[in-house]
Ligand binder design. Structure first.
Ligand code: HEC
Ligand code: HEC
Ligand code: HEC
Ligand code: HEC
Ligand code: HEC
Length: 448
């Protein structure tokens, strides 16, 4: 059986996107970075990877004949869009440009795994891709995985062919053999891709896996699948058949892999998936207020943000692109705004003085950056841990005696407006403005 040496494809860097909603500068990649990334590529290539033949992995269309519902769910997931995603492509191409192609196979390993494992990538532009490769992370990639060799940068072991591997192994199919592996039912299966480590500097670019493994959910064994392979947030059941002529099951794995990308989902024409995404976001957090007015008329507002529903920090994943922030508004009895923080301006940017929950890297020069391949360290990290909370205290001078209404909202964007502005600057493509999602809110009245 042909076998792919994973450590070869493993290695590498991740993402980028510059973002001034929180950071200044750092757009030029340092030669040292390029050198170290290139060195990793050379190191791994000395041991020549054995790739599979193009066509070794089947087109998901084939699976759709019998697995119709699963196919429909999956085709709306970000996994199906992992390569074609027009919010991914500009970043990937910038990384390509700035590292002289050193990142092509790295990004491709996760975003176009079939192309990366059948030698159709490079060239970086995907011009050699076959139909299966273009469908991102698809059925036959996941269901021919026979093991996980390394818990970061995509350490899956592929064994494509007639045997489709999954969580049960007791079904009968006329088209393929069915085998239980024990891999698909474990969080490791997800974690090996949802953990990105910079190959040269060791910075954790995406840390969802490590985070989960060490928190209460990980310790109790509440898996990624338990929350993300269900049609609703939290653990729930979906009875039915996994295939035409399949057995009736009391709980089927939902393949929508819902996360925070409601903006992208709306834009690519999946309004239902976008709504599911908003449901997930709303299930994740709660905001609680405590307030006091001092004798001199200062409102002391304590805003507590609790992560009640996510099995990892919020936000997680590409948190150097995503943002979560607090909006606080105080209005007098006539409805006049007397204080505001975290508002959105007329260019759709978030008030830069807002309280932000997110992560940014530090580059070689010590500047904050959202370009992951330039990450030499973590520059800023404020996120809410699973089952944990974060507190911010606002001191707001009130303009005079009277009654006031106070509102605090926890807001989310899967991508900052600055990230989009940068894409537009570089490519000329005008992408629709980012839409914010209210994850949670709390209100109270105060008297002075
Ligand atoms: C990102 C990887 C991934 C992709 C892509 C994916 N699956 Fe799955 N699939 C899984 C995992 C993991 C499970 C098991 C979940 C569990 O045990 O909770 C699963 C379960 C299944 C099952 C068994 C369902 C059950 O509950 O009996 C079938 C059938 C299946 N997948 C078919 C498909 C088909 C067809 C596609 C493409 C349309 C697809 N999968 C795409 C990861 C994937
Ligand atoms: C001719 C119909 C047919 C086609 C085409 C088909 N399957 Fe299946 N598959 C089935 C049936 C039937 C089952 C058994 C379902 C059951 O009883 O739960 C099954 C089960 C599975 C399982 C579950 C394994 C487990 O652990 O139980 C996976 C995974 C799977 N198929 C993947 C695929 C993939 C990937 C493709 C496309 C490359 C595909 N199938 C194409 C009919 C088909
Ligand atoms: C081959 C690598 C790979 C595997 C395996 C994988 N993922 Fe992903 N996942 C990705 C990539 C890449 C994206 C981002 C795609 C994009 O937005 O362009 C993603 C996105 C997601 C999202 C975000 C969706 C959103 O709306 O923002 C969720 C949730 C998710 N995956 C869950 C899972 C779960 C659960 C598993 C395990 C059953 C899993 N993934 C396995 C690579 C992988
Ligand atoms: C207890 C349920 C739960 C578990 C367990 C869980 N998640 Fe999540 N996840 C959520 C919720 C709710 C959200 C939506 C909030 C958000 O977007 O941060 C989410 C969001 C995400 C996102 C979107 C990024 C973001 O912050 O917007 C990704 C990617 C993701 N999860 C991957 C994973 C992976 C991988 C695992 C396992 C290692 C996992 N999740 C375990 C509930 C869970
Ligand atoms: C080890 C797997 C892995 C590698 C390698 C990887 N990514 Fe990702 N990427 C992911 C996962 C997982 C997500 C989804 C995280 C989330 O939803 O927050 C993602 C999401 C993204 C997104 C956000 C897409 C969107 O629609 O929001 C961009 C952009 C991106 N990656 C760019 C890159 C680039 C550029 C590279 C190469 C330099 C790269 N990635 C390498 C796993 C990977």
């Amino acid at each position: 059986m042909k076998y792919l040496n994973l450590t070869l494809l493993a290695a590498f860097v991740c993402v980028f996107i510059i973002d001034v909603e929180f950071l200044h500068a750092s757009s030029v990649i340092a030669p040292a970075d390029v050198a170290s990334v290139a060195a990793v590529v050379v190191d791994t290539v000395t041991d020549k990877p054995r790739l599979f033949e193009p066509g070794a992995f089947e087109d998901p269309k084939v699976c759709s004949t019998c697995h119709r519902d699963i196919y429909n769910e999956w085709s709306k997931s970000m996994h199906a869009n992992a390569w074609t995603d027009k919010w991914y492509q500009p970043d990937y191409l910038l990384a390509h440009q700035q590292t002289d192609g050193a990142t092509d196979l790295l990004c491709g390993a996760c975003h176009a795994p079939i192309a990366a494992r059948t030698g159709l990538l490079p060239p970086a532009d995907g011009s050699k891709f076959d139909a299966a490769s273009r469908r991102g992370i698809s059925c036959d990639f996941c269901h021919t995985v026979s093991g996980v060799g390394q818990m970061f940068n995509m350490g899956h072991i592929s064994d494509p062919g007639e045997v489709k591997r999954g969580p049960r192994g007791d079904g009968r199919s006329l088209y393929h053999e069915v085998k239980y592996t024990g891999v698909h039912t474990k969080a490791e299966f997800c974690g090996s891709c949802h953990m990105v480590i910079h190959p040269a500097t060791g910075v954790h670019i995406i840390d969802t896996w490590d985070d989960w493994k060490n928190n209460d959910y990980g310790k109790k064994g509440i898996r990624c699948q338990d929350c993300h392979m269900t049609p609703t947030p939290g653990v729930s059941k979906k009875p039915g058949r996994a295939a035409l002529m399949g057995k009736e099951r009391d709980n089927l794995a939902f393949h929508g892999f819902v996360g925070g990308s409601s903006y992208v989902q709306d834009e690519i024409g999946n309004p239902k998936q976008a709504e599911l995404s908003r449901e997930f976001l709303r299930a994740a957090a709660e905001v609680k207020l405590a307030e006091k007015v001092t004798d001199d008329g200062t409102l002391e507002l304590i805003v507590d943000v609790h992560n009640v529903g996510a099995g990892h920090k919020i936000p997680t994943g590409t948190t150097y692109i995503r943002i979560m922030w607090l909006q606080v508004e105080v209005k007098d009895s006539t409805g006049q705004l007397v204080y505001s923080s975290g508002h959105i301006d007329d260019k759709n940017h978030v008030d830069s003085n807002a309280v932000f929950f997110r992560l940014l890297f530090r580059d070689a020069g010590g500047n904050l950056t959202g370009k992951s391949w330039q990450a030499h360290g973590i520059g800023y990290d404020r996120r809410i841990p699973a089952k944990g909370m974060d507190r911010e205290v606002y001191r707001i001078p009130l303009p005079g005696k009277g009654d006031y209404q106070v509102t605090s909202r926890l807001m989310y964007r899967s991508m900052t407006q600055n990230s989009l502005d940068v894409i537009t600057e570089r490519t000329g493509e005008v992408l629709p403005p980012v839409v914010s999602v209210e994850m949670a809110a709390a209100r109270t009245n105060v008297k002075f």
